[in-house]
Each structure stands twice: as C-alpha cells, then as structure tokens.
Design a protein around this ligand. Structure first.
Ligand code: ARG
Length: 457
C-alpha cells in the first residue's frame, strides 16, 4: 500500500516501482528523518492539532522506530517507497491511527529537504575533523624534515631549490582554504525548510522558527517554493568536495612520481602500498593512485547534479531524488580518503640523500643572477649574462660550479672569486627568508601560523 493510493485504480508498473523507489539508499536518512518527525509531532501538539495523548504516542512510536533502525532490526516491506514512507508505515503498525496525524500540514517535499540538511550537517562536522587531521599530518611531517632540501619544479623542470617541508606545507594551505570554504557553506545548509509543505507553506499555524531552533538550524528558509526545491547546498558541498579531491589528487601525483625508482625522493609505507600478482619486486602506491583516481567520480557527481538541476521546473520535481546517491557517494569517498591521505603522509619517508643527489647546479642560476644584481648589474642584463654562463658550461660539459673564473669574467667583470659562494643550495634556500618563502626560518614561521589555525578549528 502506498501513502498516496486514494485516487489510483491500477497497480503501479513493477519496473517503475523499482525505478522510483529510493529506500535502498535513502534509509541512511532514518535518524535525521525521525529527528525531524519528533520535533514536528511536538509542534503539532503545542499548536493543538493533536491531543496530548496522540502526541505522546507519536513521540514514543518514533523513538521505537529509531531503536529498530539503530539495532538493525527494522524490517523493510515491499511497499516502502522511501524512508519517509517506511517510518510512517511502521509507526502505524506500532501506535495505530494516531500515526496518520503526523503528516498534518507536512509534505515529503519539505520533509526530505529538511532530512538531507540535517544529515549533511552531521557529515560536515565529521569531514571537517578528518580534513583538519590531514592538515595536522602535514604539519608533523613538515617539522620532521625541516632541513631537507629538494629541487623545486615548475613545468616538471628543475627550477629553484626548496625545502621538502615547504613543498608539503603548500598543500596545507590548499586544505586550509577547503576547511574555510566548508565552514562558509555550512551557513547555507543551516536553514530550515520544514513548514514549507508541498510548495505553498503550512496552513496550520505551526511555529517554523521553533521547529528550526529545535533542530539546530539558524533560521527558516524564507520562501516555501524555493525551500522545497533548493539543492544549492548540495551543489556547494559537491563543489567543495570536488576541489578537495583535486587537491588530494595533485598531492598524490607529486608523490607517485617521487616514489618511483627514477626519483626515489620518497617512500610510501608498505601499509599504504600493494604488490603485484606477477612481478615480485613491485610495491605500488595504490593509496595515492586511488586518491588521484577518485577525482573522476567526485567531479562527475558535481556535474551530474548540476545537469539534473538545469532547466528544472519550479518547486519539487522527482528529479530532485537524484541528489542523494551523488551526495552519499561523495561523503563515503571522502570519509575514507581523508584518513588514508593523513595515514600516507604520517608514514611517508623522505630520502634526503636522493633529493640532494638530484640537485642540479642549474637550480642556482637565479642565485647567480641575484649575485650580479647585488653588484649593481640591472636584473635583465644579469639574466642574459647568466644565460651565457649556463650555455658555456653546457658546451664545456661542466656544471656552473666547475666553470672557471676566467670564463665568468670574460662574460662580465662583476663576476669575482666569491661567485662560487653564491653557488650553494643551502644559501639559496636561506636567502628566501621573506614571509612565505622557503628559508627554514620562514617555513618555521609558516608552520607556527598553520598550527595556530588548526588549533582554532
Ligand atoms: N524520495 C523522495 C525524494 O528523495 C521524497 C520526496 C517525494 N516527494 C514527492 N512529491 N513524491 O525526493
């Protein structure tokens, strides 16, 4: 029996029933659904729409339904179209006709919109914690390796030397922005649609602000037509998740390359790697590859929902049911992925020797330019002069450090004996000591600011 069968004489097509039912996935909203119903039943009682006895019956019955779900004993029946229907059906079995009064003035349209927001608010809190823990892992590892210098890259070409910690902390700030974005979007999740009815509002004088306050919302949604159809909060959340995914994927990509034998800059712990069924020597960084690969599904869900919403007629349409599987899958993905990212980072080993071996003198070309600039040569000119030195060294098959002083002086007399002191990786790193730079002093300050930020979150 459906909840809406009164005007129907024909049975629903079996395949359509399967096509339209959402119980298989929306049952995870049960706690949010029952929480909303409990608050709604109490408000019906306060407004005098049901007797005290009926109200009491509803509240007890709802608690019992929740207990059954909690215990895993709730029996789903073939007619249970969705979580809302299932809870009400079971409530009827438990308390009799009073169950039929719960839905007074309410629609599944304002109900599902409320449930989804309540559910998401809980998940956001858990995800924020996981995000902050991943940031904490980055800080810990950055502190472990504060004196390790590595080649810094642009275009995957050696560019300038940087601290490994500086590279790692660059991801902290991406996640910090993600964390701030999550807090910001939460403001828009915390609006209560309950009391909007199907689309036109509630005719029974229920106190929407009281409902909102009891459910932990900041205030009520201001327009009932908008309230039942607004899934912007889901889009925002999915967009947030897509960006988190992109950040994790970028982190993973650097590490996958650096974990290769050719680089050998880092080692991914065995606990986060897998072997090959045919090649005994293999240790594959599956954890990182999946962190990269999950980006497809998460960004896919964002574009899927946007497409479902595009051109949707006003207020509730069944298309909106498509929001849930996308949302649930993204939540499940990130709830597993963020702790894995944190674990990979915590157990990662950096190989300082391999990084040092990979440092090419070319990384110091900018320092050589700066050297001439400090001697009064205009930057543009010194850039071109150092370019000549690089070419000469290349032609002679030597490094910049090995290029003779006479060669340097033939290029420009401002080059003197101290040019070789400028050609020092540590000195290069230490020179970049302004805020945000890679000097150990600046990175230490960066880490302190990062710690203060996560202490607040
Ligand atoms: N399962 C539905 C959904 O997720 C609940 C709302 C149904 N509303 C309706 N008017 N049929 O959207």
């Amino acid at each position: 029996m459906t909840l809406w069968g009164g005007r129907f004489t024909e049975e629903m097509d079996a395949l359509l029933k399967q096509f339209g039912d959402s119980m298989t996935f929306d049952q995870r909203l049960y706690a949010a659904d029952i929480r909303g119903s409990i608050v709604y039943a109490a408000e019906l009682g306060r407004a005098g729409l049901i007797t005290e006895k009926e109200c009491d019956q509803l509240l007890r019955g709802l608690e019992q339904v929740k207990a059954e779900f909690d215990a895993g004993t709730f029996q789903i029946q073939p007619g249970d179209e969705d979580i809302h229907t299932a809870v009400e059906r079971r409530l009827g079995e438990l308390i009799g006709p009073a169950a039929g009064k719960l839905h007074t003035g309410r629609s599944r349209n304002d109900q599902v919109a409320t449930d989804l927001r309540l559910y998401l608010l809980d998940e956001i809190a858990a995800l924020r914690e996981a995000l902050v823990d991943t940031q904490a892992a980055m800080i810990e590892k950055a502190e472990d390796y504060l004196d390790v210098i590595m080649p810094g890259y642009t275009h995957v070409q050696q560019a300038q030397p940087v601290l490994f910690s500086h590279w790692l902390m660059s991801f902290f700030w991406k996640l910090q922005r993600d964390s701030e974005r999550l807090v910001d979007l939460t403001k828009r999740v915390r609006l209560c649609p309950l009391g909007s009815g199907a689309l036109a509002g509630n005719p029974f004088g229920i106190d929407r602000q009281a409902l909102a306050a009891c459910l932990g919302f900041t205030t009520v949604a201001q327009n009932s037509i908008d309230a039942v159809s607004d899934r912007d909060f889901v889009v925002e959340f999915l967009a947030w998740a897509a960006l988190v995914q992109v950040h994790l994927s970028q982190l993973a990509e650097d590490l996958v390359i650096w974990a290769s034998r050719e680089f050998g800059f880092v080692q991914v712990a065995e606990s986060y790697s897998t072997g090959s069924s045919i090649m005994p020597q293999k240790k594959n960084p599956d954890s990182l590859e999946l962190m990269r690969g999950k980006t497809g599904r998460v960004t896919g869900h964002l574009s899927g929902l946007l497409t479902a919403l595009k051109g949707l007629p006003s207020s509730y349409d069944k298309d909106l049911q498509e929001d849930k599987e996308a949302l649930f899958d993204v939540i499940d993905t990130l709830k597993m992925e963020l702790p894995i990212a944190a674990g990979v980072i915590r157990t990662l080993t950096a190989n300082a020797d391999r990084m040092a071996e990979a440092l090419d003198d070319g990384l110091l070309a900018t320092d050589l330019t700066d050297y001439l600039v400090r001697k009064g040569v205009p930057f543009r000119e010194s850039h071109s002069l150092v370019g000549q030195a690089v070419r000469q060294a290349e032609e002679l098959g030597v490094s910049l450090k090995e290029l003779g002083l006479t060669n340097y002086q033939a290029i420009h007399p401002a080059f003197t004996e101290d040019v070789y002191k400028a050609l020092d990786f540590r000195r290069s790193v230490e020179a970049r000591d302004t805020e945000g730079g890679t000097a150990p002093k600046a990175v230490r300050a960066q880490i302190e600011r990062a710690k203060a930020l996560i202490a607040q979150s």
